[in-house]
Ligand binder design. Structure first.
Ligand code: SAM
Length: 275
């Protein structure tokens, strides 16, 4: 018997992967969690039927959500991750020697637990002495923080269930308060083919709160439409003007200093969402 997993990316379109094995499946307190083994992309974490990450292509998302803001900030020391339970964002942040402390606030302990078991190359940063994991609501953590972080990374699920609040203007305002006076934040903001309004709203809200607001993209084969966006808000530093001398050699597979700049070059239909 052959088994296939399909994520319905819209009501009438989806992507399908051939399964070699189902590894774990449960309804947690927050979402339906499935860990499956696929023939093409290796182990895959699926939450509420949506692909979160896979062993084969995870590096694209995790490198791009982290290295663009961390190279834009000249001296990131204290970093907050909201969500990111698989651990890939944490792993990439820890590659920056200036970072003294990374705090991750993930709402669902089970995502961390099963990522440690089935995605060990992604979740390998949790035991680092600079890393601290808090199981809790990132929205509440932001509300209770002030002038604390150099960089905040929002590595969340889609704006449904526990992540619904993480795409609101009130949340972005809270992030501005939680950041230091020269802080930077990045949020994953889905894809321009099926979620144009989400991107339009995120860029507009960020622009109303931060002096610098931009959108950048990357290509992820297992995410809806393959084209993914990140919205970046910065109080001071311009992501397009990072001095070349500040880049140092990093062990990456997608991110390069050239790509850092190129990722802000948008196709016209995506640029139009930022107007
Ligand atoms: N890279 C992925 C993507 O774009 O699809 C996101 C992956 S990561 C696994 C997303 C995490 O955000 C999940 O583990 C989920 O539990 C967590 N999350 C959702 N809402 C949250 C909240 N309010 N506070 C903290 N974590 C939250």
């Amino acid at each position: 018997m052959t088994l296939w997993f399909t994520e319905k990316q819209t009501k009438s379109f989806g992507i399908t992967a051939k399964l070699t094995k189902g590894l774990h499946s449960e309804q947690t307190d927050f979402q339906k969690l499935d860990m499956i083994q696929t023939e093409e992309f290796g182990n895959m974490l699926v939450l509420d039927g949506m692909v979160m990450t896979t062993e084969k292509d995870e590096f694209v998302y995790h490198e791009m959500v982290v290295h663009v803001p961390l190279f834009t900030h000249p001296n990131p020391k204290k970093v907050l991750i909201v969500g990111g339970g698989d651990g890939g964002t944490m792993r990439e942040v820890l590659k920056h020697p200036s970072v003294e402390k990374v705090i991750q606030v993930e709402i669902d302990q089970k995502v961390v637990e099963y990522s440690k078991q089935y995605l060990p190359q992604i979740s390998c940063g949790y035991d680092n002495p600079r890393a601290e994991l808090i199981i809790g609501d990132g929205f509440m953590h932001i509300l209770n923080s002030e002038n604390e972080y150099d960089v905040i990374l929002v590595d969340s699920t889609e704006p449904v269930g526990p992540a619904a609040n993480l795409f609101t203007k009130g949340f972005y305002a809270g992030i501005a308060k939680a950041l230091k006076e020269d802080g930077i934040f990045v949020a994953q903001t889905d894809n321009p083919w099926f979620k144009a309004d989400l991107i339009r709203n995120a860029v507009r809200d960020t622009r109303e709160i931060f002096p610098v607001a931009r959108l950048y993209t990357c290509n992820i084969p297992t995410y809806p439409s393959g084209m993914w966006t990140f919205t970046i808000g910065s109080k001071k530093y311009e992501p397009l003007q990072v001095e070349t001398s500040r880049f140092f050699e990093l062990d990456t597979k997608y991110y390069t200093p050239e790509l850092h700049k190129a990722s802000f070059c948008l196709p016209k239909f995506v640029e139009d969402l930022c107007k």
